[in-house]
Design a protein around this ligand. Structure first.
Ligand SMILES: [Zn+2]
Length: 191
């Protein structure tokens, strides 16, 4: 890569980040997405890779596989981050957004960085976690609606079609996974 290409790439990343920040300000009026990135533990040396926002074409949906009764706020989310860092050796928590049982929507990663929750697909997805274990319990109507709102918002931001909103186990190579435990056909139908 020559110096001009590198500079262009850097400028692109910078502009993506700026655009994202402006957009977050507007979206917080509608949906109230709380940025908790500065509260999240991160890997001591690794960083999630930068990407151009134009690369985003999909949204992936996960559950935490932990029961909603065991959720105790941001501490629980920090424990997910620590698990990803210490067990998987990831750069930080593997999700961009988190929808909690007490009806908060948290932002835990820049859209302009990929996260590592769906191996081989991460470069083009926005990674969304719904806290709960939906193979064992029903999601509440309110938490479900909030997840729909968040996903609709991100679909608009990046022109993601409904069919590209997929559960973790709908991505090629991940079909043996129980995640996200919710009926994705219905979810897409409700978008
Ligand atoms: Zn998953």
């Amino acid at each position: 890569m020559d110096i001009i290409t590198i500079l262009k790439k850097l400028a692109n990343i910078f502009m993506s980040r700026e655009k994202e920040e402006v957009e977050e300000e507007t979206e917080s009026n509608i949906l109230e997405i709380k940025d908790i990135m500065d509260k999240m533990p991160t890997h001591s040396t690794k960083e999630y890779p930068e990407r151009d926002l134009k690369e985003i074409t999909h949204i992936d949906i996960h559950h935490s596989a932990s029961l909603t009764v065991s959720y105790s706020g941001i501490e629980t989310i920090k424990s997910f981050a620590n698990h990803h860092i210490n067990t998987h050796n990831w750069a930080g928590i593997g999700y961009h957004y988190i929808v909690t049982p007490d009806l908060e929507v948290y932002k835990t990663g820049f859209d302009s960085q990929s996260r590592w929750s769906v191996g081989n697909h991460n470069g083009y997805t926005i990674s969304t976690l719904i806290v709960g274990s939906f193979d064992k319990e029903e999601i509440s109507e309110d938490q479900y609606d909030l997840a729909l709102q968040l996903v609709r918002h991100k679909m608009r931001s990046y022109s993601v079609p409904k069919e590209n909103v997929k559960g973790h186990n709908e991505y090629a190579g991940h079909s043996s996974n129980a995640c996200p435990g919710i009926n994705m056909e219905k979810f897409r139908g409700d978008l």
